[in-house]
Each structure stands twice: as structure tokens, then as C-alpha cells.
Design a protein around this ligand. Structure first.
Ligand code: ADE
Ligand code: ZN
Length: 326
């Protein structure tokens, strides 16, 4: 086994982490108390016991419920700051963070509260921790496209703080094509584009995300391995895949990590990266994800270093900014 300190010592970028998914049970309880919100669970331990999932939707139900404790700008600051401190401990030097505006605006929290709170923490992270960052706003794909259009409109005053647009939530039955028009609009507004695809959904959704939405990278993309032609496209165009091994295990996308496609993908020449997705719910931050796949797939130091390099190559940093890490 490759020692944990080797993984910890690799400078890394994280390209797939939902800020709402970094809400640790302890902070969740603290915020519930601060905001005088009654929780269904009497203790942190009881809440943690509910973190047992058979599929993506089981997790999403609990994750959206957890997000209800986030109310004020300070709450979003505290959430983001806690993640950044963890990122610092684990050798992350650059992070591209998702947030889900509709999860908050649908309960009456203004988009400005969310963006400002997160952004203030990212600024402090840059100054005090030396971590650079970008923000990615995700549309919830279980909602109608009109709601995504409204979200895009609401976001325009914060255009300078949001780098890219993404697509997440319940994948099956909600193909990328459902969001073609709003992605075209986002692109016209100058946003870069990403989308979750081929996590629980079919390889077809990955093809749609690439050919129709014209995304810059695919979040997850596990299902691509089932289609040789798609693998060839991903390879030729070096479209990054942001893999999340512990998430896949927790949500039963793979039965065990020994069956995870990461190593095969790496050997086929795909630009794969390792990420934590929702670390507070899936039992580990980025290093635990590297360690888990490394142990399950017997990755060498060279392979682990390649994955860390890929994280910069696949990032939205400029070629000049990437240079020092490659
Ligand atoms: N939202 C947060 N985590 C997600 C995941 N793994 N898939 C889809 N939507 C999500
Ligand atoms: Zn995700």
C-alpha cells in the first residue's frame, strides 16, 4: 500500500465537491441551534445512523433536508470555511466548488445571501490558506427548465463571482437534453459548463452532455466505460471526468471499490480525477478517496501522481496557472 503521507503530500485540485455536501453533522446541529430549527434526529449519532443509502435518491432526500439549517450569510460562510480548513489539511491548493441555488431559493433564502457567504470564505481561503478557488452554480435537474432559467437570471448580478454552471440531483429520467436551452443561454452569458452524467444514468446522458450541452467536463461519467466509441471521444478530446470513488460506493454505483472503473479509464488514456462529492455524507474527504481507490485498485505512486496532475489539467485554471503544478 502507498503510504497516506505520500497522498497527503501531493498538491491536489478538487473539481467535484458540493458545498452543501460538506455540512458535517456537528455543524448541522450547531446551525440548527443557532437558527432555532427543530431536527428530526435527537443527536449527532442518530443523524449519522440515517446515512445509509441504497441509491442516489436516498442520499438526496437527506442532503436536501440537512441543507435547511443553512439560513444566513454567516451560515454559508461557516460551512465554506470549515471545508477550506479541511482542504488545507489535505493538500488541496485549488478547489472548484458546486452550490445548488434552488435548494435555498425554494425555501426563501435569497441567492445573494448564499453567494456572498460562500464567496467571503473563498476570499479568506485565498488570503489566509493560499487556496485558489472557483464557484460553480448547479441547476437541479429534477426541477423544470424554467426554474433553471429563473436561477440563471437571478445570478446575473453575481456574474463576476460565479465561473461555471453545472447540473446535478436526480439523474434518471432527467437527461441533459431537458436543459439544452438554459445551457445555451448560460454559455452565451460567458459561463463555462459542466454536468453530472453517467453516475446512475446511462452512457447516453454523457453523450448528450458532450454533444448537445457542449460541457467542458463530465462529473462522474462512470457509465462511459460501457461504450468504446464514447471512451474514444473522451480520450481524443481529453474531456475531464471528475470521479468520486467513496460516493460511488456509498450510493451503490459500484458494489465495491475493486470494481471501480478508475484504473481502466486511466490506462485507456482518459483524463480522470479523484474527488470527494459530498464528504460529510460519504465517509471521507479527498485523501480518503485517493487512499480507498489506491488500496482497492493497487495504484502505484506514479498513477497517484498522475491523478493529482490530472486534477490541475482538468481544472479551469489558465494554462499559465496550471504550469507550476504539471
Ligand atoms: N448533489 C449532490 N451530490 C450529488 C451527486 N452525487 N449526484 C447528483 N447530485 C448530487
Ligand atoms: Zn456530485
Amino acid at each position: 500500500n502507498v503510504p497516506a503521507d505520500f497522498i497527503n503530500g501531493l498538491p491536489k485540485a478538487e473539481l467535484h465537491v458540493h458545498i452543501e455536501g460538506t455540512l458535517e453533522p456537528e455543524l448541522l446541529f450547531e446551525l440548527a441551534k443557532r437558527n432555532k430549527i427543530d431536527l428530526k434526529y435527537p443527536t449527532v449519532e442518530a443523524l449519522k445512523e440515517a446515512y445509509s443509502f441504497s441509491r442516489l435518491q436516498d442520499f438526496l432526500d437527506i442532503y436536501y433536508e440537512g441543507a435547511n439549517v443553512l439560513q444566513t450569510e454567516q451560515d454559508f460562510y461557516d460551512l465554506t470555511w470549515a471545508y477550506l480548513q479541511k482542504a488545507k489539511e489535505q493538500g488541496i491548493v485549488h478547489t472548484e466548488i458546486f452550490f445548488d441555488p434552488q435548494t435555498h431559493t425554494s425555501r426563501g433564502i435569497e441567492l445573494g445571501v448564499v453567494v456572498t457567504g460562500i464567496h467571503r470564505a473563498l476570499d479568506d481561503g485565498r488570503e489566509q490558506l493560499g487556496i485558489t478557488s472557483k464557484l460553480i452554480m448547479c441547476f437541479l435537474r429534477h426541477m423544470v427548465e424554467l426554474s433553471a432559467f429563473k436561477t440563471l437570471e437571478d445570478a446575473l448580478p453575481y456574474r463576476h463571482l460565479i465561473y461555471a454552471v453545472g447540473l446535478d440531483s436526480s439523474e434518471k429520467g432527467n437527461p441533459p437534453s431537458k436543459f439544452l436551452d438554459v445551457f445555451l443561454k448560460a454559455k452565451a452569458e460567458g459561463f463555462r459548463l459542466v454536468a453530472h452524467a453517467g453516475e446512475e444514468g446511462p452512457e447516453d446522458y454523457i453523450r448528450e452532455a458532450i454533444d448537445l450541452l457542449r460541457v467542458d467536463r463530465i462529473d462522474h461519467g462512470n457509465a462511459s466505460i460501457q461504450d468504446d466509441h464514447l471512451v474514444e471521444v473522451l480520450k481524443q478530446r481529453q474531456i475531464p471526468l471528475t470521479l468520486c470513488p467513496l460516493s460511488n460506493k456509498a450510493l451503490k454505483v459500484v458494489t465495491n471499490l475493486e470494481e471501480h472503473p478508475l484504473k481502466k479509464m486511466l490506462h485507456k488514456g482518459l483524463l480522470v480525477t479523484v474527488n470527494s462529492d459530498d464528504p460529510a455524507y460519504f465517509g471521507g474527504y479527498i485523501n480518503e478517496n485517493y487512499e480507498a481507490v489506491s488500496n482497492a485498485l493497487l495504484l502505484s505512486k506514479d498513477e497517484l501522481a498522475q491523478l493529482a496532475k490530472n486534477s490541475f489539467e482538468g481544472s479551469f485554471l489558465t494554462p499559465d496557472e496550471k504550469q507550476k503544478y504539471l
